[in-house]
Design a protein around this ligand. Structure first.
Ligand code: TMP
Length: 245
């Protein structure tokens, strides 16, 4: 099924298949942070991120967000539509944290009065610098029309995911998305949605259940990833407020 290796990133490998319209994505346990200055392994991460993405993408599709996802093939592999990745990383923030807090001098955890969408140029050598829409258009990374579709989809993803995680006792602080263009020119959600690419805080305790445990040497990284998989797969949401009988 897997053909030639098309692309190898820090967390995944992408293979061609016999069908030019499809790729196979393989998730690795490798973890990096700070533009790969910090490197390590998170045991079981590939399987967890594959399973979480495979659970979320069909639900996003049903909520009106086209995605590249076709099916999960194995513990580490999924079949996806072949896309060319738009080299613009889209971050959506509900709560001040990370680089946003640092840049603007805000306490981590301060809620934002509306979701904030930011754009970054996907470039390891440059360290994913922040850009704006004009720069992306001027430099030919995406058209104005594509960026408008991407922004609307990113907000739609947030509108689905924030209550989804809230119902599972998780505060969705922020996350990063990547989009791609299919062979027939449709913009679709690509890459992954996982503890590598989101900040997930336990709603009750505030405990971090994402890659910040690795970035900030907090320990318990593997357990946090496993806990997030359990929460995503839980079909009986824990955060629902039930009226007493
Ligand atoms: P930031 O606060 O460091 O800018 O990160 C914002 C969100 O984007 C956070 O959920 C982590 C995610 N992210 C990635 O997925 N990849 C990256 O390279 C970076 C820097 C952040």
């Amino acid at each position: 099924m897997k053909g030639e290796l098309r692309y190898e990133g820090k967390a995944k490998r992408v293979y061609a298949t016999q069908n030019p319209a499809e790729y196979v994505v393989e998730y690795k346990d490798d973890a990096t942070a700070f533009n790969a200055q910090k490197r390590g392994t998170i045991q079981g991460k590939g399987a967890v991120n594959n399973a979480i993405t495979a659970a979320l993408f069909p639900q996003l599709e049903a909520a009106g967000v086209p995605t590249h996802f076709i099916e999960r093939l194995s513990e580490r592999e999924q079949r996806v539509k072949a896309v060319e990745i738009v080299p613009v990383e889209v971050v959506v923030r509900n709560v001040a944290a990370g680089s946003f807090s640092k840049r603007l001098g805000l306490t981590e955890g301060a809620p934002l009065s509306l979701p904030v969408v930011e754009l970054y140029y996907k470039s390891d050598v440059l360290g994913d610098p922040m850009i704006n829409e004009d720069a992306a258009v001027a430099l030919g990374w995406a058209s104005r029309e594509d960026l408008s579709v991407i922004r609307d989809l990113a907000l739609k993803v947030n509108a689905f995911l924030a209550p989804f995680f809230q119902a599972r006792g998780i505060r969705l602080v922020d996350f990063k998305l990547e989009f791609g263009k299919t062979l027939d020119g449709q913009i679709v959600l690509a890459d992954e949605i996982s503890p590598d690419t989101c900040r997930f805080w336990d709603a009750a305790s505030g405990e971090k259940l994402d890659k910040d445990r690795f970035r900030r040497d907090l320990g318990g990284v593997e357990d946090a990833y496993q806990e997030m998989l359990r929460r995503v797969l839980a079909d009986a949401p824990t955060g629902d407020v039930k009226e007493p009988a």
